[in-house]
Design a protein. Sequence first.
Length: 202
Amino acid sequence: MDIDIIEFGASSARWDLVRSFFEFRKEIFIGKMGWNLTPHREIEFDQYDVLSAATYVIAHEGDKILGGARLLRCDSRIGNGSVVYSYMIHDAWRGVIDIPKDICWNKPPTSSTSWELTRLLMVEPSMRLVKEMLAKVNLFLWHKSATECLFLGPQSFMRMARMFGYLPKPMGSMTGNKDGQFLAFRCDVVDPRVFEEQFASQ
């Protein structure tokens, strides 16, 4: 298994994996979970899947997708129309997307040292895979001089982050819409040597 971080201009040879991840998102979010999303032929993507802004973490065996997620820097500005988007948690707090505004108690960060991770999916449930993906994300963000990562997902995701050695802090109360319940929380980026020692001891 490989886990690749794919960012615009740096990993163009692996954008086929991103396309496969979009197909996987359609299969899960629309086909299995019944989310009210608009598909684009064989794929699911939204206003945040802009190649010059989004970065992807994708676990795979060859061309077979095992899991993936999307990363956005929190100072992103996407679009030039009547609404300029930033990232999901911030835009929910602003009231411009269909997620309750009480996702956060306070204004979310818009700093270049803060990143958001969303759209986390796996083919099969695997704590080990999530742990390795998050360790890869942490290493990537460490090299980007990031200080924190924000997450949007089910409450169980925050419990997993705590089990893996992070110190998650909720950003708001549990909330939801017609697609389910979710929680916004944040974790500090950790010195990756901590996780290298953990994996070495297993």
